[in-house]
Design a protein around this ligand. Structure first.
Ligand SMILES: [Fe+2]
Length: 322
């Protein structure tokens, strides 16, 4: 049981079929994989890392220490269930960038993060098309499924640092959850580990690798693929040594995009004998996000049920089986 690592260069040669099969297996059985030799230049990754770490030291570290002190987090003696040991800020890229409004960022850092976001957006769309190919969906299907009325996804980056934690058993870096959105691209620290995913009831480390990007699938991909691919629970265990950098970019549906299982995948499903126990809902993405805000650290299945009862102001209609 080895964590799936995909060499993207192999998509351009004799090993394309085997590599696509590896991606398929990762999507079906892990909800996670890590890509190497992807199109984002290592020089850009190095710059993003250097500037993010500098920014943390300059603008975030002291604030985090004060928060820890004010909440008495270093002296806790029982499990903390309503907080995470993380220092974060959030950048939005699409539908409109808010990078210029975020305080404390150097101009050069803003410029680099904009460039990085542009490359990640393209990479996300390339990956979605690989998923389409494996699912037997037409090229561009997932990208279009994410379009809201503006013809754009929601795309943003959560920049996090997980400082050394004296009590990692009692307070998690980030409590276990599945991601709400579409496809997530993570540039993580290559030395300080901590990200784990739940597989067959066991927590498995996502290995730090220099210049890799970790990919995982969110709840929306599970719904659109009618459960063929699943969003998988993950968490961050804070380390006692070293600060972990984590830059997670979320390529999600547009806020008014209507999300539902791809009719083609339902049709195939109906011809198989095995009936799935979950019937996936149809909903407007922003309604799901409102629900998720209060239920992020709960299991996803009740969310899928609950969203069916939410009255939307958009007329949804039945899921058409084309
Ligand atoms: Fe997550």
């Amino acid at each position: 049981m080895e964590f799936p690592i995909i060499n993207m260069e192999k998509l351009n040669g004799d090993e394309r079929a085997a590599t696509m099969a590896k991606i398929k297996d990762a999507c079906e059985n892990w909800g996670f994989f890590e890509i190497l030799n992807h199109p984002i230049q290592v020089e850009l990754l190095d710059t993003v890392e250097r500037m993010t770490k500098e920014h943390y030291r300059k603008c975030m570290e002291q604030r985090f220490k004060e928060l820890v002190k004010s909440k008495g987090l270093e002296e806790v003696d029982s499990e903390i269930k309503d907080m995470d040991w993380e220092s974060t800020f959030f950048l939005r890229h699409l539908p409109e960038s808010n990078i210029n409004e975020i305080p404390d960022l150097e101009d050069e850092y803003r410029k680099v993060m904009k460039e990085f976001a542009g490359k990640l957006e393209k990479l996300a769309e390339e990956l979605l098309d690989l998923l389409c190919e494996n699912l037997g969906l037409e090229k561009g299907y997932l990208k279009k499924a994410f379009y809201g009325s503006k013809g754009l996804p929601t795309f943003g980056t959560k920049v996090s640092n997980y400082p050394p934690c004296p009590k990692p058993d009692l307070i998690k870096g980030l409590r276990a959850h599945t991601d709400a959105g579409g496809i997530i691209l993570l540039f993580q620290d290559d030395k300080v580990s901590g990200l784990q995913l739940l597989k067959d009831g066991e927590w498995i480390d996502v290995p730090p690798m220099r210049h890799s990007i970790v990919i995982n699938l969110g709840d929306q991909i599970e719904v659109i693929t009618n459960g063929k691919y699943k969003s998988v629970e993950h968490r961050v265990v804070a380390q006692t040594d070293g600060t972990r950098m984590s830059i997670a970019s979320f390529y999600n549906p547009g806020s008014d995009a209507v999300i539902y299982p791809a009719p083609q995948l339902l049709e195939k499903e109906a011809t198989t004998e095995e009936k799935k126990s979950i019937s996936y809902p149809k909903f407007v993405f922003q309604d799901y996000m409102k629900l998720y805000a209060g239920l992020k650290f709960e299991a996803k299945e009740p969310r899928f049920e609950l969203i069916k009862t939410v009255d939307s102001n958009v007329k949804l209609g039945p899921i058409a089986i084309a």
